[in-house]
Design a protein around this ligand. Structure first.
Ligand code: FEO
Length: 391
């Protein structure tokens, strides 16, 4: 892999291809990278460490990049353990290392490394760390995606070290860089909405400050380094963080116990397509990746949830889906509901209550109810539901 991202700036991150769940919940079939960089100037700054799982490999990468020199600073932009796992080992190996971080990060480092003593220099918004030719201007980015986060901009190389922002699931293999969003957006979107989705306003604030800096390269803490024309990446982040609609179409998520609800959902998809809906994306909430369902709910402007009733409430996979949407700040969408119930349908009531707790959700109609299985007599109601959500 080519490891120089700009003159004097080297990538020293690592791939993790055998972690089953990222952050204890997200499947990562293509792995994940924990990115880290080193700026080899008169003074040497390391930009974040990695997850302790890959500490040995990272320390070896660092040693190789240093070529016998000693690092001066370890800039800790984010203290979440996937980036701070090797802080203590790095300081043990290079005792003169000074940690540079926000005041809140210093508190968190104390929590994670109780009993360890570090030489910490705290920095605030706009402060500059001079390295020689390069310098780092720190931009506070609270809640992107923890409160202590900051990003760093080097005017010499125009590299924006972006912490979790612009991150993506998937390990890097031999491809450190990406130009254009075509091969980036899918897993970057799943990453964004599940990791940062709730924090749209803080991401918007960061985007303003980042755009003003005028980066030519964005170096995130996960996934490839972005270069070339950055405007498509920035435009997607603008859409995502403002909860705008990225793609025209309907996302139809269903949770079926014995197949009756799934059958009705399939029929509804057929009706939507026949009525000219440009795209009907579907997810079986009982089997498909929940993080991908969350991503698609945000991607499209219209959502239909079809769910079975269960224990006097809502079938659990649909409940988990709606609860997750609520947690992630789901808003500004048109929603239609379909419930199934053999004797006392209750899914519609619970879904209505759950969507009522979300902001700017337009429930376009009362839930359509089917009893056990869809009958031909139910088709007009499905047609009307399709017309309403597409209107
Ligand atoms: Fe990649 Fe918020 O840690």
């Amino acid at each position: 892999m080519k490891k120089t991202i700009a003159p004097e700036i080297r990538y020293i991150g690592v791939d993790d291809n055998d972690l089953d769940l990222f952050e204890g919940q997200y499947i990562i079939p293509e792995g994940i990278s924990y990115n880290s960089y080193v700026i080899l100037d008169e003074k040497i700054a390391i930009m974040d460490t990695v997850d302790a799982r890959k500490g040995g490999e990272w320390l070896a990468n660092l040693e190789e990049a240093l070529g016998g020199r000693k690092p001066d600073y370890l800039v800790v932009q984010h203290v979440e353990p996937d980036h701070s796992g090797v802080i203590a080992a790095a300081v043990e190996k290079y005792p003169s290392l000074q940690i540079v971080c926000s005041a809140k990060a210093a508190t968190f480092i104390g929590q994670f490394f109780e009993g360890k003593t570090f030489n910490i220099k705290t920095v605030a918004e706009g402060e500059v760390l001079e390295l020689g030719k390069h310098s780092l201007r720190f931009i506070m980015a609270p809640m992107v995606h923890w409160p202590e986060v900051m990003v760093s901009f080097d005017p010499e190389s125009k590299v924006l070290f972006a912490a979790d922002a612009f991150g993506k699931f998937g390990s890097l293999g031999d491809e450190l860089f990406i130009e254009g969003t075509e091969d980036w957006s899918c897993e970057a979107r799943r990453y964004y909405f599940n990791i940062c989705g709730k924090y749209g306003a803080p991401v918007q604030a960061l985007l303003k400050k980042a755009a003003a800096a005028g980066p030519a390269i964005i170096a995130p803490l996960h996934g490839p380094v972005l270069r070339g024309d950055l405007s498509p990446f920035l435009a997607l982040y603008q859409t995502w963080s403002s909860y705008g609609v990225e793609s025209e179409g309907v996302f139809l998520a269903y949770a079926s116990i014995h197949g009756g609800t799934a059958e009705a959902a399939e029929k509804l998809a057929e009706i939507l397509k026949a009525k000219g809906c440009p795209k009907v994306a579907m997810s079986d909430l009982t089997r498909d990746d929940m993080a991908e369902a969350v991503e698609d709910a945000f991607r499209y402007g219209r959502l239909i949830v079809a769910a079975a009733s269960y224990d006097g409430g809502l079938f659990t996979p649909a409940h988990t889906f709606l609860h997750t949407l609520q947690m992630k700040g789901y808003c500004k969408r048109k929603v239609a509901l379909l419930e199934n119930g053999a004797w006392a349908p209750s899914a519609g009531r619970v879904m209505k209550e759950m969507f009522a707790a979300m902001k700017e959700i337009e429930l376009v109609a009362e839930p359509v109810t089917i009893r056990s299985r869809m009958r031909s007599a139910d088709i007009p109601a499905l047609e009307a539901l399709a017309d309403t959500i597409l209107a």
